[in-house]
Design a protein around this ligand. Structure first.
Ligand SMILES: O=C(O)CCC(=O)C(=O)O
Ligand SMILES: [Fe+2]
Length: 395
């Protein structure tokens, strides 16, 4: 049995108001129908139970690229404490710290504080989203790189990220290695970056402020444009404010329903490439909330797991699944990689790939992408090219 999360004590620390989850929407929406994976079953002594879990996971990541993860070792109360800390950071970060710690995506990292003014260091259009992003550097030099108000709690945030990286994501990658019929630690040993609490990835405290009517109209219902995440897995903690939508295989955007305590897991581009397209890095976006949540703040905690920076990824041809079935070239960034690989051209390293996206592509509207809008199979996409890899994102 995997050990459950055992966080440091809260004794002797400043009081932190408990985050009260807002009311879920009462709207009956056309929800994305995601599968639920019980991670504790991976430890079962009954091989039939494990086989069934692997089969269900396979269907989920082939068809949806998203799933709900439950029984992963963090209790509802422990999770609520992490949301309370994120709320505390956003309520108490000083104006000085916002200035001193302001991010610079031009560096290829989202590290530090994001203002409500777009996705660059320079002020852009108002988007009402604030974030604090903890990378390796923030954990290594907290005194200088983290907001003063959060310093007394960094032991808890560090422990949480360590647990997510070294227990939850490691077990998840074991399950995904099994889907590829590879040795259990294949993806963990060969693909995942791992040093410190987040490796080459990062942990995000995001706060989406409610929009005024004119801002909502200007943004045409989108808070974060459709995109795929570039890493291995993304762990999104399910939140009551409905806003995350995924682009389903029938080309329809559907919202993800609140599932208290669950992690909404999303497959990143690195695993799409390594799996030869069998795993789907599904496009997703953050859209306006239903009308009954319009005036609520949306707090969102995200743990982005990254692949090792020096690797140039290709399909894992030692996977019996790939040997039997070949690659699946339906969608996504894998198509672009495959074109380069087939032509004998070098693909980018993971570090190059994520840095070019963070520094140039992040949250550019589909209309403003370099290749403009193209239509494929009746669906409109914003088209772009980075380091020789073509990228299509649905409008
Ligand atoms: O906040 C969310 O639910 C999703 C955010 C997201 O997709 C991202 O930051 O990559
Ligand atoms: Fe994302």
């Amino acid at each position: 049995m995997a050990a459950p999360f055992d966080p440091p004590s809260t004794e002797g620390k400043p009081p932190v108001p408990t985050w009260i989850p807002p009311e879920p929407t009462k709207e009956n929406l056309d929800w994305a129908d995601l599968r639920t994976i019980d991670l504790s079953l991976l430890d079962s002594a009954d091989s039939k139970v494990v086989d069934d879990l692997v089969a269900l996971t396979k269907t989920a990541i082939k068809e949806d690229g998203f799933l709900y993860l439950i029984n992963y070792g963090v209790s509802l109360e422990q999770l609520q404490r992490q949301f309370s800390l994120a709320q505390y950071l956003h309520r108490n970060i000083s104006a000085d710290d916002k200035e001193r710690l302001q991010w610079d995506p031009g560096t290829g990292l989202f590290a530090g504080f994001k203002r409500r003014l777009g996705w660059r260091r320079e002020a852009g259009e108002f988007d009402g989203i604030e974030q604090f992003n903890f990378y390796r550097g923030e954990f290594a030099d907290m005194e200088n790189k983290c907001p003063k108000c959060i310093l007394p709690f960094m032991d808890e945030i560090t422990a949480f990220c360590n647990y997510l990286s070294y227990s939850v994501n490691r077990r998840l990658l074991r399950l995904l290695s099994k889907v590829l019929e590879l040795p259990d630690d294949y993806l963990w040993d060969r693909i995942q970056s791992k040093d410190g609490p987040v490796g080459d990835g990062y942990f995000r405290h995001a706060l989406f402020y409610p929009l005024a009517d004119e801002d909502r109209e200007r943004r045409k219902g989108v808070r974060m444009y459709g995109h795929t995440d570039y890493g291995t897995t993304t762990l999104l903690f399910s939140v009551p404010i409905t806003a995350l939508h995924i682009f389903c295989s029938d080309n329809v955007w559907r919202p993800v329903k609140y599932n208290p305590g669950a992690v909404v897991v999303n497959i990143g581009e690195s695993l799409e490439i390594v799996s030869g397209g069998h795993f789907k890095a599904t496009r997703h976006k953050v859209a306006d909330t239903p009308w009954d949540q319009e005036h609520e703040e949306r707090l969102s905690l995200v743990h982005f797991n990254a692949s090792a920076g020096h690797l140039r990824l290709a399909p894992a041809t030692d996977s019996p699944l790939l040997q039997r079935e070949g690659c699946v070239i339906n969608q996504g960034v894998f198509q672009g990689y495959k074109r380069l690989l087939d032509a004998g051209l070098p693909v980018p390293t993971n570090k190059e790939w994520r840095e070019i996206q963070v520094s140039t592509r992040s949250q550019v509207s589909p209309e403003k992408r370099s290749g403009g809008i193209v239509e494929v199979g009746g669906v409109k996409y914003g088209s772009d090219q980075f380091l020789g890899v073509k990228v299509l994102l649905p409008v």
